[in-house]
Design a protein around this ligand. Structure first.
Ligand SMILES: Nc1ncnc2c1ncn2[C@@H]1O[C@H](COP(=O)(O)OP(=O)(O)O)[C@@H](O)[C@H]1O
Ligand SMILES: [Mg+2]
Length: 256
Protein backbone atom coordinates (compact mmCIF):
# COMPACT_ATOMS: atom_id res chain seq x y z
CA UNK A 1 0.00 0.00 0.00
CA UNK A 2 1.12 3.60 -0.56
CA UNK A 3 2.32 5.71 2.36
CA UNK A 4 -0.43 8.29 1.97
CA UNK A 5 -2.23 9.13 5.21
CA UNK A 6 -5.26 11.38 5.53
CA UNK A 7 -5.98 13.00 8.89
CA UNK A 8 -9.74 13.08 9.02
CA UNK A 9 -12.84 13.27 11.23
CA UNK A 10 -16.32 14.67 10.72
CA UNK A 11 -16.42 16.90 13.77
CA UNK A 12 -14.78 20.33 13.66
CA UNK A 13 -12.23 21.45 16.21
CA UNK A 14 -10.94 18.03 17.25
CA UNK A 15 -7.37 18.93 16.25
CA UNK A 16 -7.03 17.52 12.72
CA UNK A 17 -5.06 20.50 11.40
CA UNK A 18 -2.87 20.76 14.49
CA UNK A 19 -2.19 17.03 14.16
CA UNK A 20 -1.45 17.15 10.41
CA UNK A 21 1.03 19.99 10.95
CA UNK A 22 2.72 18.73 14.11
CA UNK A 23 2.84 15.09 13.03
CA UNK A 24 4.32 16.02 9.62
CA UNK A 25 6.94 18.21 11.32
CA UNK A 26 7.78 15.51 13.87
CA UNK A 27 8.19 12.76 11.24
CA UNK A 28 10.47 15.13 9.27
CA UNK A 29 12.50 15.86 12.44
CA UNK A 30 13.29 12.14 12.50
CA UNK A 31 14.95 12.58 9.09
CA UNK A 32 12.08 11.41 6.87
CA UNK A 33 10.93 13.13 3.70
CA UNK A 34 7.36 14.34 4.21
CA UNK A 35 4.82 16.18 2.07
CA UNK A 36 1.94 17.89 3.88
CA UNK A 37 -1.08 18.65 1.68
CA UNK A 38 -3.64 21.17 2.86
CA UNK A 39 -7.07 20.06 1.58
CA UNK A 40 -9.04 22.63 3.59
CA UNK A 41 -10.08 26.03 2.14
CA UNK A 42 -9.65 27.43 5.66
CA UNK A 43 -5.96 26.82 5.00
CA UNK A 44 -5.00 26.36 8.64
CA UNK A 45 -1.81 24.44 7.99
CA UNK A 46 -0.83 26.71 5.10
CA UNK A 47 -0.63 29.72 7.39
CA UNK A 48 2.62 28.47 8.83
CA UNK A 49 5.37 30.92 7.83
CA UNK A 50 2.65 32.75 5.90
CA UNK A 51 2.58 30.12 3.16
CA UNK A 52 -1.15 30.89 2.98
CA UNK A 53 -1.83 30.78 -0.73
CA UNK A 54 -4.27 33.68 -0.97
CA UNK A 55 -2.80 35.89 -3.66
CA UNK A 56 -0.45 33.07 -4.63
CA UNK A 57 -1.07 31.12 -7.80
CA UNK A 58 0.88 28.04 -6.68
CA UNK A 59 -1.50 26.00 -4.60
CA UNK A 60 -3.82 23.01 -4.60
CA UNK A 61 -6.62 24.93 -6.34
CA UNK A 62 -4.34 25.67 -9.30
CA UNK A 63 -3.22 22.06 -9.41
CA UNK A 64 -6.81 20.74 -9.36
CA UNK A 65 -7.78 23.18 -12.11
CA UNK A 66 -4.95 21.79 -14.26
CA UNK A 67 -3.21 25.18 -14.58
CA UNK A 68 0.00 24.01 -12.93
CA UNK A 69 1.60 20.67 -12.15
CA UNK A 70 1.91 19.46 -8.60
CA UNK A 71 5.73 19.80 -8.25
CA UNK A 72 5.38 23.50 -9.13
CA UNK A 73 2.94 24.07 -6.26
CA UNK A 74 5.05 22.40 -3.57
CA UNK A 75 7.33 24.54 -1.43
CA UNK A 76 9.96 23.79 1.20
CA UNK A 77 9.65 24.81 4.85
CA UNK A 78 11.94 25.71 7.77
CA UNK A 79 12.16 22.01 8.60
CA UNK A 80 14.53 19.95 6.47
CA UNK A 81 12.66 17.22 4.64
CA UNK A 82 9.21 18.77 5.12
CA UNK A 83 7.46 20.21 2.04
CA UNK A 84 3.97 21.64 1.84
CA UNK A 85 1.33 21.89 -0.85
CA UNK A 86 -0.75 24.83 0.41
CA UNK A 87 -4.35 25.78 -0.16
CA UNK A 88 -6.43 28.92 0.14
CA UNK A 89 -10.07 29.91 0.05
CA UNK A 90 -10.17 29.48 -3.75
CA UNK A 91 -10.36 25.76 -3.02
CA UNK A 92 -13.96 26.28 -1.88
CA UNK A 93 -15.27 27.38 -5.32
CA UNK A 94 -13.08 24.79 -7.04
CA UNK A 95 -14.69 22.10 -4.87
CA UNK A 96 -18.18 23.28 -5.89
CA UNK A 97 -17.26 22.73 -9.55
CA UNK A 98 -15.64 19.35 -8.96
CA UNK A 99 -18.46 18.00 -6.83
CA UNK A 100 -20.70 17.63 -9.91
CA UNK A 101 -19.03 14.41 -11.08
CA UNK A 102 -18.37 11.42 -8.81
CA UNK A 103 -15.31 10.60 -10.95
CA UNK A 104 -13.70 13.85 -9.76
CA UNK A 105 -13.43 12.39 -6.26
CA UNK A 106 -10.39 10.49 -7.60
CA UNK A 107 -8.67 13.57 -9.00
CA UNK A 108 -6.45 14.26 -6.00
CA UNK A 109 -5.34 10.62 -5.93
CA UNK A 110 -4.28 10.83 -9.58
CA UNK A 111 -2.45 14.09 -8.99
CA UNK A 112 -0.53 12.76 -5.99
CA UNK A 113 0.63 9.83 -8.13
CA UNK A 114 3.04 12.19 -9.88
CA UNK A 115 5.06 12.87 -6.71
CA UNK A 116 4.33 10.07 -4.27
CA UNK A 117 7.66 8.34 -4.91
CA UNK A 118 9.57 11.49 -3.90
CA UNK A 119 8.46 11.18 -0.26
CA UNK A 120 8.62 8.67 2.58
CA UNK A 121 5.11 9.68 3.55
CA UNK A 122 2.43 12.11 2.37
CA UNK A 123 0.04 13.50 5.01
CA UNK A 124 -3.23 15.22 4.07
CA UNK A 125 -5.20 17.58 6.29
CA UNK A 126 -8.90 17.05 5.57
CA UNK A 127 -11.73 19.48 6.35
CA UNK A 128 -14.45 18.50 8.84
CA UNK A 129 -17.36 17.72 6.57
CA UNK A 130 -18.89 15.05 4.37
CA UNK A 131 -18.31 17.25 1.31
CA UNK A 132 -16.24 16.86 -1.85
CA UNK A 133 -12.89 17.83 -0.31
CA UNK A 134 -13.14 15.31 2.54
CA UNK A 135 -14.12 12.54 0.12
CA UNK A 136 -11.31 13.50 -2.28
CA UNK A 137 -8.76 13.61 0.57
CA UNK A 138 -9.83 10.16 1.77
CA UNK A 139 -9.94 8.70 -1.76
CA UNK A 140 -6.40 10.01 -2.30
CA UNK A 141 -5.10 8.09 0.71
CA UNK A 142 -4.44 4.44 1.41
CA UNK A 143 -4.71 5.11 5.13
CA UNK A 144 -6.93 7.11 7.44
CA UNK A 145 -6.03 8.44 10.88
CA UNK A 146 -9.16 9.66 12.67
CA UNK A 147 -8.62 12.44 15.20
CA UNK A 148 -11.15 12.45 18.01
CA UNK A 149 -11.55 14.12 21.38
CA UNK A 150 -12.81 12.20 24.40
CA UNK A 151 -16.43 13.35 24.49
CA UNK A 152 -19.77 11.54 24.53
CA UNK A 153 -20.25 11.76 20.73
CA UNK A 154 -16.92 10.48 19.54
CA UNK A 155 -18.03 6.90 18.77
CA UNK A 156 -21.04 8.14 16.81
CA UNK A 157 -18.84 10.50 14.76
CA UNK A 158 -16.33 7.72 14.16
CA UNK A 159 -19.05 5.37 12.88
CA UNK A 160 -20.25 8.02 10.43
CA UNK A 161 -16.68 8.35 9.18
CA UNK A 162 -16.50 4.57 8.71
CA UNK A 163 -19.64 4.76 6.54
CA UNK A 164 -17.81 7.25 4.32
CA UNK A 165 -14.81 4.90 4.18
CA UNK A 166 -17.16 2.11 3.01
CA UNK A 167 -18.59 4.40 0.33
CA UNK A 168 -15.08 5.21 -0.94
CA UNK A 169 -13.95 1.59 -0.98
CA UNK A 170 -17.07 0.61 -2.93
CA UNK A 171 -17.39 3.55 -5.33
CA UNK A 172 -13.72 3.97 -6.18
CA UNK A 173 -12.38 0.51 -5.53
CA UNK A 174 -9.87 2.25 -3.26
CA UNK A 175 -7.85 0.27 -0.70
CA UNK A 176 -8.51 2.73 2.12
CA UNK A 177 -7.43 1.23 5.45
CA UNK A 178 -7.88 2.53 8.97
CA UNK A 179 -4.41 3.31 10.31
CA UNK A 180 -5.69 4.33 13.72
CA UNK A 181 -7.73 6.54 16.01
CA UNK A 182 -5.80 9.35 17.66
CA UNK A 183 -7.15 10.81 20.88
CA UNK A 184 -6.41 14.53 21.11
CA UNK A 185 -6.94 16.76 24.14
CA UNK A 186 -6.89 13.57 26.13
CA UNK A 187 -5.05 13.36 29.41
CA UNK A 188 -4.79 9.60 29.68
CA UNK A 189 -6.36 6.23 28.95
CA UNK A 190 -8.83 6.60 31.84
CA UNK A 191 -10.39 9.70 30.26
CA UNK A 192 -10.83 7.82 26.95
CA UNK A 193 -12.29 4.75 28.72
CA UNK A 194 -14.66 6.89 30.75
CA UNK A 195 -16.21 8.27 27.52
CA UNK A 196 -16.49 4.99 25.65
CA UNK A 197 -19.01 2.18 25.92
CA UNK A 198 -17.05 -0.90 27.14
CA UNK A 199 -18.50 -3.17 24.41
CA UNK A 200 -17.53 -0.72 21.68
CA UNK A 201 -14.12 -0.23 23.25
CA UNK A 202 -13.48 -3.96 23.17
CA UNK A 203 -14.00 -3.98 19.39
CA UNK A 204 -12.05 -0.88 18.48
CA UNK A 205 -9.26 -0.83 21.06
CA UNK A 206 -6.72 -2.34 18.61
CA UNK A 207 -7.28 0.69 16.38
CA UNK A 208 -6.50 3.26 19.08
CA UNK A 209 -2.99 4.71 18.91
CA UNK A 210 -0.94 4.20 22.07
CA UNK A 211 0.06 7.85 21.90
CA UNK A 212 -2.54 10.36 23.06
CA UNK A 213 -2.10 14.11 22.66
CA UNK A 214 -2.69 15.97 25.92
CA UNK A 215 -4.46 19.25 26.29
CA UNK A 216 -1.63 21.78 26.09
CA UNK A 217 -2.11 25.48 26.71
CA UNK A 218 1.12 26.19 24.78
CA UNK A 219 -0.98 26.03 21.58
CA UNK A 220 -2.78 29.19 22.69
CA UNK A 221 0.43 31.24 22.35
CA UNK A 222 0.09 33.28 19.20
CA UNK A 223 3.18 32.02 17.38
CA UNK A 224 2.40 28.38 18.23
CA UNK A 225 -1.07 28.25 16.71
CA UNK A 226 -0.10 27.98 13.05
CA UNK A 227 3.43 26.58 13.43
CA UNK A 228 4.79 23.23 14.53
CA UNK A 229 4.98 23.46 18.30
CA UNK A 230 8.34 21.69 18.43
CA UNK A 231 9.99 24.70 16.73
CA UNK A 232 9.04 26.88 19.69
CA UNK A 233 8.95 24.57 22.64
CA UNK A 234 10.31 21.07 22.07
CA UNK A 235 9.73 20.25 25.74
CA UNK A 236 6.02 21.13 25.71
CA UNK A 237 3.79 18.16 26.55
CA UNK A 238 2.19 18.18 23.10
CA UNK A 239 5.57 18.46 21.28
CA UNK A 240 6.77 15.38 23.10
CA UNK A 241 3.51 13.55 22.35
CA UNK A 242 3.71 14.34 18.62
CA UNK A 243 7.32 13.09 18.54
CA UNK A 244 6.11 9.86 20.17
CA UNK A 245 3.23 9.68 17.66
CA UNK A 246 5.78 10.19 14.83
CA UNK A 247 7.73 7.17 16.11
CA UNK A 248 4.50 5.11 16.05
CA UNK A 249 3.87 6.20 12.45
CA UNK A 250 7.48 5.56 11.35
CA UNK A 251 7.23 2.08 12.80
CA UNK A 252 3.75 1.33 11.40
CA UNK A 253 4.72 2.52 7.90
CA UNK A 254 8.11 0.78 8.03
CA UNK A 255 9.98 4.01 7.33
CA UNK A 256 13.07 2.98 9.31
N1 LIG B 1 -4.00 19.26 22.31
C1 LIG B 1 -4.53 20.50 22.30
N2 LIG B 1 -4.34 21.32 23.37
C2 LIG B 1 -4.87 22.57 23.37
N3 LIG B 1 -5.57 23.09 22.36
C3 LIG B 1 -5.79 22.32 21.26
C4 LIG B 1 -5.28 20.99 21.18
N4 LIG B 1 -5.65 20.47 19.98
C5 LIG B 1 -6.36 21.43 19.35
N5 LIG B 1 -6.44 22.55 20.12
C6 LIG B 1 -7.15 23.80 19.75
O1 LIG B 1 -8.41 23.43 19.17
C7 LIG B 1 -8.71 24.28 18.07
C8 LIG B 1 -9.08 23.47 16.85
O2 LIG B 1 -7.95 22.75 16.36
P1 LIG B 1 -7.84 22.39 14.82
O3 LIG B 1 -6.58 21.60 14.64
O4 LIG B 1 -7.99 23.61 13.98
O5 LIG B 1 -9.13 21.46 14.65
P2 LIG B 1 -9.78 20.85 13.31
O6 LIG B 1 -8.76 20.93 12.23
O7 LIG B 1 -10.14 19.45 13.67
O8 LIG B 1 -11.01 21.67 13.04
C9 LIG B 1 -7.51 25.19 17.85
O9 LIG B 1 -7.80 26.45 18.40
C10 LIG B 1 -6.41 24.55 18.63
O10 LIG B 1 -5.52 25.49 19.19
MG1 LIG C 1 -8.77 21.78 10.34
Amino acid sequence: MRNVLTISGLKGGTGKSITALNLSASVALYGKKVLLIDCDPRANVSRWRKIDSNGNDHDLTQVLSGRIRVPDAVSGTDIDGLDILPSGFGLFSMSLKLTRRTENEKLLRLIIGEIEHDYDIIILDSPSSCGYLSIAALTAADWLAAVVTPDDDWVCDFHSLINIVRYIRKSHNAPLGIAGILFNRCNGVEQMEHRTDPQVLKQIRPLIYKTMIPDDETFAREQCFHSPLSLYDIKAKASQAYLEMAREIICAFNLN
